[in-house]
Design a protein. Structure first.
Length: 449
């Protein structure tokens, strides 16, 4: 049993002073007052990062050049990514994933949803253990203590016309039989992790998975994640093949409900935005990656007007920063609407709406009983350093506004993931070992790239 006393805490009922949490088996079992083992200044629920391709962290900073063509885009970036991933071994994946998860925890996330599609060896041959790469992601989570939702990805074809996978995609590819074997193995792998670990399913996109497979995968009862309507060229390809835009086709054919998390959705009409928000699905937003790749801007104000759920992911992991993602989301809405405080409500400030939205949507997308400081939920908690100069004189929602719009992740002091105290005094408890392995991997990759 662990007890934590907070001088200020954000509960579902609002801001409260001098509260003590009791944790047992990773769950919040009591909220009261009185002394505690640990005292923190500002205690918040810790959100889940709902969309990550961990291996892409090792590419950060390598894709900011272009050739003579002035129209460098997502599609040219994608070719660079394909060439990079062909160098990665299982050991590399484990080291990179652990580094990513550590950085997420130090940024204030307690959980990570890994959209895992790098299944096979270079050339496409399966590993002897078809779940080798899933096992490496789980091993990283075991080392870092992050709350993992593993999403093995189904990737069947190179485009909506059914063409074969290209050379860069061959490590992703599976038919349905092999994919279901990978899912069975992943189920066993996740069962060996702590009880808060979870398994979901992920058809990659409408381009990469057949309609028949999408129908079959809807039988799965856990979280279902899929990329949707990220790029203009994707919209045009789906419309030409299926006679409807991606979101419209998905709404008409996929039985979308609260199990679903649709990633990006940066290319939606007003009608599509309102229709998808009404299903109860989570929009998985990745503002830093969407900005990096030139995807577009999510219809945030229309989505929230329809009470749509959304959460935050770091996707390509070009920069892992909770505050930067939330700030970029709000600022993108300001740029497109020419207004300020777009995501705010009359009752709650911009920072409060952003933070609570990320907590609630991330938990739903991960299938994780978290997202609030509440009895019965996993103890996913983040404590901020109240002595930071930015917080002088701040109370209530202005704490979140200051942290998100004028602060950094450096103000994160402690993080608990299902009660595991993995970040202490601003650093992960296994930082030295994790960083050492990552450094060795990056030095090897430098020599082969």
């Amino acid at each position: 049993m662990t007890t934590i006393h907070a001088k200020h805490a954000l509960l579902p009922t609002g801001w409260t002073s001098d509260v003590t949490l009791t944790l047992a088996d990773g769950v919040i079992t009591k909220i009261s007052d009185g002394p505690a083992d640990t005292t923190v200044d500002i205690l918040l629920p810790a959100p889940t990062n709902l969309h990550s391709h961990a291996f892409q962290r090792a590419m950060a900073g390598l894709t900011e050049r272009r050739g003579a063509d002035k129209t460098d885009s997502f599609w040219t970036w994608r070719q660079l990514m394909f060439r990079f991933l062909d160098q990665l071994t299982p050991d590399d994946i484990q080291a990179i994933t652990a580094q990513v998860q550590m950085e997420m925890l130090e940024a204030g996330y307690a959980g990570s949803v890994e959209f895992h599609y790098l299944h096979h060896q270079p050339g496409g041959a399966p590993y002897e253990n078809e779940g080798e790469m899933s096992a490496r992601i789980a091993a990283a989570a075991d080392q870092t203590g992050i709350g993992l939702t593993l999403l093995p990805v189904l990737y069947q074809q190179g485009g909506v016309d059914g063409r074969a996978l290209g050379a860069g995609q061959i490590r992703f590819g599976n038919d349905m039989d092999r994919y279901m074997r990978i899912m069975d193995t992943a189920q066993q792998i996740v069962a060996d992790l702590p009880d808060d670990a979870n398994l979901g399913i992920a058809p990659h996109s409408l381009r990469a998975v057949t309609p028949e497979s999408l129908t079959h995968l809807q039988q799965f009862q856990g979280p279902i994640h899929m990329h949707l309507a990220e790029q203009i060229a994707e919209v045009d390809e789906i419309k030409a093949a299926y006679g409807a835009r991606p979101v419209t086709w998905a709404l008409d054919h996929l039985g979308i409900d609260a199990r679903w998390c649709l990633i990006h959705c940066t290319q939606m009409t007003t009608a599509e935005t309102r229709g998808l928000a009404g299903t109860g699905a989570v929009a998985g937003l990745c503002p830093l990656t969407e900005g990096s790749l030139g995807d577009g801007i999510f219809n945030g104000s229309e989505w929230t007007e329809t009470n749509g759920r959304w959460g935050i992911g770091s996707d390509s992991n070009i920069l892992i920063s909770l505050t930067e993602e939330l700030r970029a989301l709000e600022y993108s809405q300001r740029l497109i609407t020419h207004n300020r405080a777009v995501m705010a409500t009359p009752e709650k400030s911009t920072g409060r709406v952003l933070f609570e939205g990320a907590c609630q949507g991330g938990a739903q997308a991960a299938g994780r009983n978290s997202g609030a400081v509440e009895v019965g939920m996993w103890a996913d908690l983040v404590a901020l350093n109240g002595d930071a100069t930015d917080f002088i004189g701040r109370q209530g929602d202005s704490i979140l506004d200051t942290w998100i719009f004028a602060g950094t992740d450096a103000q994160v002091r402690d993080v608990w993931a299902a009660g595991r105290h993995v970040v202490q005094n601003g650093q992960h408890i296994a930082r030295a070992a994790i960083t050492h392995a990552y450094r060795n991997t990056m030095m090897r990759l430098r020599d082969v790239m």
